[in-house]
Design a protein around this ligand. Structure first.
Ligand SMILES: [Zn+2]
Length: 101
């Protein structure tokens, strides 16, 4: 799995999955320059899916993108469901704070 800062990168996946799907090869992230402008949330690596209870840990670049812009992603991956699902179905590990808020 790798990252791109180009939102038009044709390798990017979109939205939520109806059927089990592997993680995408490439995920969109904010550039290092953008992330360096400061985080508005703690950098958290792990979230828990409220519907299956399984924790998923992200790359540092994606975690920092969430911390810089909590609304950057509309969908995120669950290792338990093996799908991309709406961020509102997830909470940060050890908290009751919704991902994306
Ligand atoms: Zn799940």
């Amino acid at each position: 799995m790798s990252h791109t800062t180009d939102p038009t990168d044709p390798r990017l996946g979109r939205g939520v999955d109806q059927e089990p799907t592997a993680q995408h090869d490439v995920y969109l992230v904010l550039s290092e320059e953008e992330r360096a402008q400061g985080f508005v949330r703690p950098v958290r690596r792990t979230y828990v899916h409220s519907k299956c209870g399984v924790a998923t840990t992200m790359s540092q670049a994606i975690a920092e993108t969430y911390a810089r812009n909590p609304k950057f992603y509309g969908a995120t991956y669950c290792c338990g469901c093996i799908k991309h699902l709406p961020v509102g179905e997830f909470v940060w590990d050890g908290t009751d704070q919704l991902v994306g808020s």
